[in-house]
Each structure stands twice: as C-alpha cells, then as structure tokens.
Write a protein that binds this ligand. Structure first.
Ligand code: GLV
Ligand code: MN
Ligand code: MN
Length: 421
C-alpha cells in the first residue's frame, strides 16, 4: 500500500457531519449544542460510539476532554488531531465538528487500509467547552489539558444562571477519571504533534479563490465583562442633566470599542456582542447594564493598547455620567505562533495533493493554540462560504471539506512515520 496515495472516504465524512448536525438542529441550517447541555451529551455519545465502533481506546479526562487512540507499531508519543463539538447558541454545522469528524475519518481510513501500520499511535480528540460562550474562558478544556488552568478551577466556573461547570459535567456523564497530561502536577507526556483542521470562519480563502489555508498562528484574545451601575428612573420626568444612565454608558462603550479598532488599525478587531440593560423597559432610564467586550489582535502590544484605551473610556464615562463601572477579565490569551515545521508540512502537503494554498493567521480562537504550548502544532483551514460562522448560514463546499480532510490525513501519515523531530 502506497501511503502517499491514501485518501479519506467522502461519503462517510459528509454522512457523519450530517448525523451530528441533527443533534441540536435549530431548523434554519444551524446547530445549538452549548457546552455540557443535554444536546452536548447527545453529540458526545454519538461521536464516542463511532470511536468505540472503530475499536479505539477512548479516554475521558477530568474536564470531559475525550481522546481516542489507534495504536502504532511503537508506543511512542502519538500524533494528535481534533477540535471541539460544542457550539455557540447560533452555531453552524462545521465549526469544530469538521476537525473531529475528519480526525475520526483519518483513523477509519488508516484502519481500513490493509497492512498499514504507522510508527506512532494516532489520536483524535474533542475538547470540552471550546466556545466558552456558556462557561468562559473559551478553549477551557484544552487549556486544562495543557496545564494552563487546574481542573478544580475549571469545575468552579459558573454559567450566567450560576450552574457550576463541574456539576453539569457530572450530570451529563463526562466527568472522567483520567488526569490531564499537561505540565506538573499532571503526569504523562505531551503528544508528538497536534494538527487541527477547521473551517476558516472568515472570507479570505474564498475571496482569493484558495482551497487550503496553512495557518501561521492565532491572534490574541481579550474578553472583558463590564458591569455598570447607575440609577433607574422615570424616562419622562428625569431631566437630562439629572440622569445616571447605565444604558447610555453601555452604548458609549460599544461606540468607543468600534472607534478603538479604527484607531489601532492593522488586524485589530473589537466587538460588543453581548449587552443587557435593567430593567430593560421603554420608559425607564436603565439602572444597570452588563456587556462583554471582545478585542483581538495578532500583535500583543497593539492588543494591550486597545485594552488601555478601553479602560480610559470606562474611567471617563464613569465620571461624566456618574455611574459605577466594574470590570472582570473573562478570557485573555496572547497571540500564538505555530511551529514553522508544521506550517511548512501543511503547505507542501496541500501542494502535493494539487490544492492552492495560502499562509494566513486565524481570527478565531482554537484548541490548537493551547496544544501549541506543549508540542509542535499547526492548523489546516478550508474556505467558509461568504465568510460566515457562528451563524446558521455557516457553510463549506463538500469538495473543500474533503480536500481539507485529505490534507489532514497525509500530514498525519507523515508525522506518524517520524522517529523524531
Ligand atoms: C472561539 O471559538 C472564538 O474564537 O470566539
Ligand atoms: Mn471552532
Ligand atoms: Mn466557534
């Protein structure tokens, strides 16, 4: 068997993507499987069932990350790949799911090819709560996996209804026994390499007519929760000069965040996608507000400048409107640069398979950025139609999904045959 000619089975991959998308189907093409909900449990059970059908050794760890391993000729450290199967509330069918199901497909292809035995084991993983929109921060499971947060800290994270992550993890049956293999005090070696296939979630590949992205890294992420306390009062009787309007202050933060992105320029993006006013009534000045600011940049220095400008604005609006402002960091990760050897391998493999390829940085956060702390890591992107993601309209053309999975397969075969870096 010539390993270089091995290809995945497109129908099987597309069929599994369809089957998983039925769980939490929102009826508009999208999916809602928020982390550790019943839908997440059902999705997990389906994927774990497929892993067991393949005879893989399935390990569930203390934060519910699932790793399924296919043996190699040796017991050396595995080549790992995967992603996540949780979604945002308005999620699509491909974000995360593609990387996990393509990973499963890679293993099924290897196990179905007679006489194939790679030097290293290979392992497909899905990590808990990548989205972080229910339990911040994002990439929580992979962060714990690499030792960046303790399992106890993770278990104590609460969602906006006050539910503890650890309690819901146990409730859905995924509070596993295995320790995470990150740095001390967690035992166990890091993988030999980690590779994540993912949809781009942005417009660049489609716009440039390129099929494969060789991802160079992930931009830094800063999430800040802002709570504003003012005075609720009658909207008709309170003269403008007498207001302490939390709604006005919150809106000014949203406006300022957009200006900051413009002032910093370059790759800076900044968003207020979550905002609540209380009591949220037409004829009442808002007494309190809560919003979350999401800012990202590929340059750490610029991201810090954006954070300073945000804080300056919060001080100014607090003074001028007479409101109290409190902030709490929900997520903060510096930009990550992937391993040049893995980036180069993704690029050359895509070219060998006859695909156009472009190097680009990721705008979204990914589990791969956490694994990059412990082993050589890279990512493969495929185009997103209209650049849409975190949206039911998220779509990637089937030939692009298949091309990405074949690049993943060939990258994995190359890495798993290596005796050393
Ligand atoms: C997580 O996936 C994010 O980029 O928000
Ligand atoms: Mn994702
Ligand atoms: Mn996502």
């Amino acid at each position: 068997m010539n390993l270089a000619e091995l290809r995945i089975n497109p129908e099987r991959l597309l069929g599994r993507l369809e089957a998983l998308a039925e769980i939490g189907d929102t009826g508009d093409g999208g999916c809602c499987r928020l982390a550790l909900t019943d839908e997440d449990r059902e999705g997990r059970d389906l994927v774990v069932g497929w892993m067991r059908d393949l005879g893989l050794e399935v390990v569930v760890d203390v934060v519910g990350n699932v790793v399924a391993t296919y043996p190699g000729q040796t017991g050396e450290t595995p080549v790992m790949f995967g992603s996540h199967i949780d979604t945002v509330r308005t999620g699509g069918r491909y974000d995360g799911n593609l990387g996990v199901l393509a990973g499963l497909e890679v293993i099924e292809t290897l196990s179905a090819a007679a006489g194939v035995a790679l030097h290293r084991p290979v392992a497909v993983a899905f990590f808990t709560d990548e989205e972080g929109s229910r339990f911040p921060p994002d990439m929580l499971g992979s962060l714990v996996y690499v030792g960046g947060m303790t399992a106890e800290e993770a278990h104590d994270v609460r969602d906006s209804d006050g539910i503890r992550l650890g309690d819901d993890l146990a409730r859905i049956g995924y509070l596993g026994p295995a320790p995470c293999p990150g740095p001390a005090p967690c035992p166990g070696p890091a993988p030999f390499a980690f590779v994540e296939l993912h949809i781009e979630q942005g417009p660049v590949l489609e716009h440039e007519g390129v099929r494969i992205g060789a991802v160079t890294g992930v931009q830094g992420i800063s999430w800040t929760e802002v709570r504003i306390a003012g005075q609720s009062n009658h909207a008709g009787t309170t003269p403008m000069g007498h207001r302490r309007d939390a709604g006005y202050a919150a809106a000014s933060v949203s406006m300022r965040v957009r200006e900051i992105a413009g002032e910093i320029g370059g790759t800076q993006v900044a968003t207020v996608g979550e905002m609540d006013l209380h009591p949220d009534l037409v004829n009442v000045v808002a007494g309190s507000a809560r919003l979350v600011v999401d800012m990202r940049n590929t340059l750490e220095g610029d991201l810090q400048r954006a954070e300073r400008l945000l804080n300056e604005h919060l001080g100014q609006i607090s003074a001028s409107e007479g409101v109290e402002v409190e902030t709490r960091p929900l997520a903060r990760f510096e930009p990550v640069y992937f391993d040049e050897r893995v980036i180069e391998l993704v690029q050359s493999t895509a070219q060998r398979l006859g695909h156009s390829v472009k190097r680009l940085a990721s705008g979204a956060g990914h589990d791969a950025q956490m694994l990059a702390r412990v082993c050589p890591t890279g990512m493969i992107f495929v185009p997103s139609v209209n650049g849409l993601s975190h949206n039911p309209g998220e779509f990637t053309e089937p030939p692009d999904l298949v091309a990405g999975a074949d690049v993943l397969l060939q990258v994995v075969v190359d890495l798993a045959q290596r005796k050393a870096w």
